[in-house]
Design a protein around this ligand. Sequence first.
Ligand code: ZN
Length: 284
Amino acid sequence: MRDFSSGCSHLAINSATVKQWSIERLIEECARRGIPAVALWHEDVELVGVDKVRRALEGAGVGLSGYCRAGFFPFGSQEEKSKSRGRNELVLEFAAALGSPSVAIVAGGLATSGDRRKDVDSARAQIVEGLASLLEYSKPLKMPLAIEPLHPMYAADRACINTLQHALDICDELDPQRTGSLGVAVDCYHVWWDPQLKQQIARAGKDRILGFHICDWLVPTRDMLNDRGMMGDGVIDIPKIRAWVEKTGFEGFAEVEIFSAADWWLRDGSLVLDTCVERYQTVV
Ligand code: ZN
């Protein structure tokens, strides 16, 4: 296992962790601390402008660990389907322009309109179909897609791919040759509870692990979406999971991704970033 006890050469910060800062500020502050990478959200990049963001990254010598996000495949109408398809293609183009190593896929939950709003099987079939189709677009861009299984509490509205096993089954189906165009993002927050986790991480292997996200699970969790904990403040055995991931040969970043409306988003951004570095060195 890699030694994280000094420096932060394998640390990345997802911009959602320091929502109180602009993209430019985050990039600048990461560069100052020697944090080599950030993960950005498409909506934020659109607001700032992709060229401006690219120049900020290049100027600071900061790279990307990932790009959030494409997906939300299930649809209730053809109109919804083509709208989401267009958006997904744009996300991939921006990610490619910024030199991201992959794009996170949040698969989507149940269709929100039409007559299949209670049909999780149909939603899952639409996800596989949507991914297959998006792969045709991502491959020429050389932009790998990282399916991120989400905790089952999000199955209805965000992603009904909820285990690493399910995500890897889809990878096997759509990319049996393991070309590197399709893989998974292992987010400790979403998968820590899974009795199959160790086995499925080994199954994924180095070539299919395209991202490793960290934060902590607080007890009690007060909000389903925006109450993630700082590493070390909850119940996830992060070093154990990191050891499993690195045993595959994974050499990528540990990306901090904390949504925390009632706590970390209210604090000074510098304190948040310094705490990320300290916890990365001590409890990750
Ligand atoms: Zn994540």
